[in-house]
Every structure is written in structure tokens, then in C-alpha cells.
Design a protein around this ligand. Sequence first.
Ligand code: CO8
Length: 259
Amino acid sequence: SQYQFIAVSTVGERSNVGLIRLNRPQVLNALSSGLMAEVVQALADFDGNGGIAATVITGEGKAFAAGADIKEMTARSFAGLVTGKFRSNFAALQSTKPLIAAVNGYAFGGGCELAMYADIIIASERAKFGQPEIKIGLIPGAGGTQRLTKAIGKSRTMEMVLTGDSIGAQEAEKCGLVSRVVPAESLLSEAIKTGEAIGRNSKITVAIAKAAVDASLETTLRQGLSTEARLFQTTFATKDRVEGMAAFVEKRAPQFSDE
Ligand code: CO8
């Protein structure tokens, strides 16, 4: 394999779901620069692969990812952070297709941030989410203060970011950080099933829908509704909407062409 720190495959009945497994279980999948660079590459490859409908990312062992690699970070300096490339792998994460995080265990620090980068988080009952950076003299640096606040609100985010304490899967579900909690043994199959369900829809319409939901996090309600209206209109220009409606009327399954 071209990868050292992750394992990459395609899964699902139609082999149309990408799977990325973080694979440094001996250090709880700590996100070293090397590992992050591989995640960026694998995600970009799946994104550009016409046969892939969605990607699932998960961790090997008892962690999803316990954060940035602290041993690697100890050598970093303020000047190096300002002028260097430490953040660039997080900043380079890019997926126009749906990304599903299957959080199997600890999602701490950069691990929680990586999960929150995903479009959907499905949690095993063993999952734990935290932004413990404060305990080592840092603050979250890859979206933790922003995406967590948008997901679960200011008060809980403040409590987590200021104390460094983590929350379990049930609490994460209760406060809306994850879409659902499933038994540990069915986590991966549930995440893949979700990818397959997305894959039964038109790729072009899925991309438009994802862009519309993403817009809600970036803008005012008025602008967001306007963006949604425009994107809704564009779906009428697709062959897949003609097919989808025809199939409904004719009481048959649609044959989407992704056009
Ligand atoms: N980095 C490096 N090594 C790690 C990390 C990590 N983040 N987490 C765990 N490990 C290693 C441990 O050192 C240990 O290695 P060894 O066996 O050689 O001693 C091995 O993994 C197993 O870990 P533990 O023995 O600690 O396992 P426990 O089950 O006892 O504890 C915990 C699990 C509670 C998750 C614990 O490992 C822990 O607290 N880990 C650190 C969590 C943390 O602080 N994460 C935040 C890191 S900072 C961060 O993520 C900033 C992100 C910035 C991104 C933006 C880029 C600019």
C-alpha cells in the first residue's frame, strides 16, 4: 500500500463507499503530520473517484484519534507555527462528497476536530469526545472552538474547552454532536450502510444538498435561504431530477445517471 499510517479500501455492496482507517493504534491514532498528510491524500483520491459515493473514516483499536501527536508537537515553536506548515494538513482537508466519521473510541483534541469536519458523526457506545488541549497548555486549533460551539452551543463548549473534560456517546447524542449511537460491534456496518444509502441517490444532487447544508454554518438565515433557493433551482436542471420524478410516478426505482 502507498500508506504507512492509514488503511484505505472500498466497501459496500456496490463497492462505492470509501473507507479510511486511522492505523496507529499503539499511540491511539495520534494525528502525526505523516498520518494527516495521508488522510488528506486518501480523501482527495476518493473525492476525485467517480465510483465513490461517500467516505467513512474510523480508527483502529480503542481510539478514533486521541488528538495531534503530542510527542511531535513538543518540538514545535511559536515561530514555526506562524511560518510553518503544521496546520496545513488540517486546512487541506477537502471533501465535496459526504464524509461519515464512525467514532469508535476516544475522539480527543484534533481527533474530535477531525470527526467534526465530517458531515455525519455516528458514535459507538464506547465513543468519548473531548477538547483536552487546555490541560497541556493549548487551545483547540483545528476548529474545536468553532465547530463544537455550532454543534452543541456555547455553554457546553465552554465547559469542555475550559475544563478539558470529555463527554460520552450518550451525552454527545443528547446534545446533537452525533447523529446516533450504535453498539460497538455494528458501528462500521451502520456507517457503511449510511454511505450506501447516500449512494442510492444522485451524486450530483447529493453534492448540491451537502453544499446547501454547509452554507447554513457560514451565513445569516436570509442569505442561507437565498442560497438554498438557488441551489434548489439548480436541481431542476439535472437529468436525475427528471428521472427521479418519472420513477416515482411510474412506481419504479430510479436509475440515476449523475447528470
Ligand atoms: N499524542 C501522542 N501520543 C499519544 C497521544 C497523543 N495525542 N494520546 C495517546 N498517546 C500515546 C500514549 O503516549 C501512550 O503511548 P506509550 O504506550 O508509548 O506510553 C499510548 O498512546 C496509549 O495511551 P495511554 O496509555 O495514555 O492510554 P489511556 O487509555 O491510559 O488514556 C487518553 C487514553 C485519556 C486518551 C490519553 O491517552 C490522553 O489523554 N491522551 C492525550 C489526549 C490529548 O491531550 N489530546 C489533545 C492533543 S492536542 C491536540 O490535539 C491539538 C490539535 C491541534 C490541531 C491543529 C493543528 C494546528
